[in-house]
Design a protein around this ligand. Sequence first.
Ligand code: AMP
Ligand code: GLY
Length: 419
Amino acid sequence: MKIMVIGGGGREHAIIKSIKKNPLVDKIYALPGNGGIAMDAECIDIGATDLDKIVDFAKSKDIDYAIVAPDDPLVMGLVDLLEDEGIPSFGPSKAAAIIEGSKAFSKELMKKYGIPTAEYEIFSDVDSAYSYIESCNIPVVVKADGLALGKGVIIAETRDEAKAAIKSIMEDKAFGKSGDTIVIEEFLEGPEVSILSFTDGNTLVPMVSSMDHKRALDGDKGLNTGGMGTIAPNPYYTEEIAEICREEIFLPTMIAMNREGRRFKGCLYFGLMITKDGPKVIEYNCRFGDPETQVVLPLLESDLLDIMLHVTNESLDQAEVVFSDGAACCIVMASEGYPASYEKGFEINLPENMDSIFIAGAKTSSQGKLVTSGGRVLGITETADTLKEAVNKAYEKVKSVHFDNAFYRKDIGKKALDV
Ligand code: AMP
Ligand code: GLY
């Protein structure tokens, strides 16, 4: 089979390393991929949102199967375009990807179908948003409706901060049209759990639970990032919580999307908060999370490509989806300064064994060397029987990777080990 993977981060590298294990795979193209992915796939210099070029490329190479990993091309409708050309693809249609593409849509969906989430109001008019802030409870959370590179959520501790958030999103257009509409919602408290699931619209199979570490610095301090590390499984996700999530959140969401004529096929990601009133949805993503994927896939014992094909063919009930009983830890090595400004272009020295190393922000220099090119440079994952061992092994492996200005959190997994 000739496979095309859209995207170019650590998540895509993890997906590619997983599907490579399937003997049916003859060739993998990554669009655009990155300097590290180039060790495992042929990288093609076409951006993930260059939809027409992607479709032309797929046709010219007779691609048998496409995997669309990032949010933007999914929300823009790449899967529909590929399938119109007869190219089966993993990922939701444009109609279904709206579950991530519009927070207003997802909040209305949850309200309509009684799925637990934070109380909220939606505003498209700036003055109404400002006047709501005068009397709402504080802290309050202000969210841009559309995609905003994970930066469109502002937790305001004071009314002035909330007003500044509204100004930035709605008036200064910090996230462009994504901020034409905003959601203002109740501030929730509790541990967060990420659940990635496979679903074909008939069956939904949750993957092993995970925990992201979003802040840049140890002790959950510093700016919000795309994620500085992950562990799996998440100790807050007990069997009892899992059962509640299944009955009150996962299946109701799948059914709701079907009833709305938006059958979701692909990886549906539930960002959950375990509040004192039970689990609630913080956000939906229409794709694999990153760096969650970098701990979840190394624990998958079944064949990823086989499961994906079952999702596409709507036969997920016949797929084998088995995860190891062990644990995994992923430590993200970033460029000093990330998520604000940072220098790039430093040579990366990697160990011989690249099994559990997923490259994100790196490119091949004109001298043919692998150099840093992004904020999050790579993820290092180790698995073991226990979380403690996985964490120790991952930190040990970090010592075998070198580049100037490297920066990583020293406490990935600490919170989970303290539970
Ligand atoms: P999101 O981009 O929607 O995942 O939000 C980013 C982060 O903001 C989440 O992982 C939470 O830590 C936090 N967050 C979002 N919504 C809320 C809320 N209603 N209450 C408390 N924290 C929130
Ligand atoms: N790690 C969070 C996300 O992928 O959205």
